[in-house]
Design a protein around this ligand. Structure first.
Ligand SMILES: *[C@@H]1O[C@H](CO)[C@@H](O)[C@H](O)[C@H]1NC(C)=O
Ligand SMILES: *[C@@H]1O[C@H](CO)[C@@H](O)[C@H](O)[C@H]1NC(C)=O
Ligand SMILES: *[C@@H]1O[C@H](CO)[C@@H](O)[C@H](O)[C@H]1NC(C)=O
Ligand SMILES: *[C@@H]1O[C@H](CO)[C@@H](O)[C@H](O)[C@H]1NC(C)=O
Ligand SMILES: *[C@@H]1O[C@H](CO)[C@@H](O)[C@H](O)[C@H]1NC(C)=O
Length: 455
């Protein structure tokens, strides 16, 4: 009886809950429409910048805080602005509304009265003065924005400013722009607008498949002198290492695996692993055919040898990566990427897991071969084979003779003339004539690795 008499009481309780839920829901709707009204008013009125709804600012701060750590993160929390400078990169973050003018080269940040200035070169090669030369500085001015020209355009999502001054070499394009863009922007879930400085329209076109996946909007061109207002901004990009992402470095959680998956999604590539490649045909070896320096002097013989050993050989010029969508699709069905050390090996990022990178290492290029392609290949779940040429296989042996320090002691060239000398002699002045007998062993090893990982 006692239990039964409680039923109506329970019913009343659930009715009360329902009523509370309904009124909360209506409350939420009213709140949302009020927010939308505020947003609309803001959209039409230039002088209400200070009325920024605090929650939106906090949400933006939460997104930007992932890009810094320690004291810099504190500064962002407290002052809504911080900068990060390390060996390779420079970057400033504003969770305060900014005005961007002067073709993206001036960023105005409102401040409490104190006037100060930062200057950022938004390209991730800070340690290389030579490469940084064409990168124009972005000036960040803190002070009263009351006297500035009004916004011509008002955006509701943050800006990310980067330079496209250093372009034309696909290794540097990926290592210093594309991967840093991924590191800096991925967690913003496409809710950002790119502002490019030192604008190169054909570069933007070339990488549109990637840029369009990182942002839902076209990259802005401010060269017409217009003034754009954003709720916040990132000037410059985060960088980890040569063609690398480090899960434990800021922003934590991204490795080469996530980046490669992102590339496959960007170009709609289906094959992830060499196991998924059609097995009826011979394994495809793609040979990077360089045209000017570090070229194979007996390339036809190399191709024939690879064919004899059972590969289907495809030659790719150094311009192979000018259409990234085609490259991505093509390379996903290749088992081996072979070539003399050089930017063409950047194509490795599109190989399926388990594929083989076969790097021919000319004299004096050991460090670059290891750091630019071998270490990254391993982080990409690829296998790496190195064919280090012997002095006789280098065109330099004919120029200098086999006993010259240039041949026997490349370190001495570096000690005497620094990188410019190394570049001129070993990178720009050397070709290779492959010893086919020796080369055959490494090619057979490549075939063995491919057979093993395809089954
Ligand atoms: C903007 O809002 C202010 C009040 O906050 C008002 O005085 C001003 O006229 C408005 N300007 C425009 C262009 O609507
Ligand atoms: C003004 O802002 C600067 C930088 O954010 C800060 O260092 C300073 O303490 C602030 N001054 C006042 C009076 O709040
Ligand atoms: C623009 O970018 C493209 C693609 O990377 C490059 O080939 C070209 O040399 C660049 N143009 C200039 C003027 O830097
Ligand atoms: C990755 O980043 C962490 C934290 O900055 C650093 O300690 C570690 O050495 C880095 N790993 C590599 C392989 O660079
Ligand atoms: C390489 O150079 C030759 C002539 O020197 C030219 O015909 C060919 O188109 C070039 N190939 C590439 C991929 O640049």
């Amino acid at each position: 009886m006692g239990k039964q008499s409680k039923r109506p009481v329970l019913g009343a309780a659930s009715m009360a809950c329902l009523l509370i839920a309904v009124s909360l829901y209506i409350g939420l709707l009213v709140f949302l429409s009020w927010r939308i009204q505020i947003a609309n008013q803001r959209g039409n009125n230039d002088s209400t910048e200070e009325d920024e709804v605090t929650e939106e600012r906090d949400a933006l701060k939460d997104l930007l805080r992932r890009l810094v750590s320690g004291e810099e993160r504190n500064q962002l929390e407290v002052g809504e602005f911080t900068c990060h400078f390390d060996l390779h990169t420079e970057m400033c973050l504003s969770a305060k509304p900014v005005r961007i003018s002067n073709g993206g080269l001036t960023v105005h940040v409102p401040s409490n009265g104190s006037q100060f200035e930062h200057s950022v070169r938004p390209y991730a090669r800070r340690d290389d003065e030579h490469m940084m030369k064409p990168v124009t500085r972005v000036e960040i001015l803190h002070g009263d924005v009351a006297n500035l020209p009004p916004c011509n355009f008002r955006h509701s999502i943050p800006a990310v400013i980067f330079s496209t001054a250093v372009t034309g070499n696909v290794f540097h394009e990926f290592s210093e722009i594309i991967i840093p863009l991924f590191l800096t922007c991925r967690h913003l879930r496409s809710q950002l607008k790119f502002v490019t400085t030192d604008r190169n329209a054909s570069w933007i076109q070339k990488y549109s498949g990637i840029l369009n996946r990182l942002s839902d909007y076209e990259a802005l061109n401010l060269d017409d002198g217009s003034v754009h207002c954003f709720p916040g901004a990132v000037v410059g990009l985060r960088y980890h290492d040569n063609l690398a992402l480090n899960t434990s470095d800021v922003p934590a959680g991204y490795s080469m695996r996530e980046f490669r998956q992102f590339l496959r999604e960007s170009y709609d590539v289906k094959i992830k692993n060499v196991r998924e490649i059609e097995k009826l045909q011979k394994p495809i070896l793609i040979l990077i055919s360089r045209n000017h320096t570090r070229k194979f002097l007996n390339e036809d013989a190399v191709v024939e040898l690879a064919q004899e050993l059972g590969f289907q050989v495809v030659r790719a010029g150094t311009d192979a990566m000018s259409n990234l969508e085609l490259s991505a699709k093509m390379l996903s069905s290749c088992s081996v990427l072979a070539g003399v050390h050089g930017a063409g090996l950047t194509n490795e990022i599109f190989l399926p897991d388990g594929a083989v990178v076969f790097q021919v290492v000319p004299l004096g290029t050991d460090w670059a071969s290891t750091n630019y392609y071998q270490i990254p290949a391993t982080a990409m779940d690829l296998q790496h084979l190195e064919y280090k040429i012997e002095p006789k296989e280098s065109s330099l042996s004919e120029v200098y003779g086999l006993d010259d320090p240039v041949i026997v002691d490349p370190a001495s060239v570096s000690a005497k003339g620094g990188y410019p000398a190394v570049r001129a002699v070993y990178f720009d002045g050397q070709n290779v004539k492959i010893n086919l007998n020796r080369f055959k062993d490494t090619l057979q090893e490549a075939m063995r690795l491919v057979r093993h990982s395809m089954t």
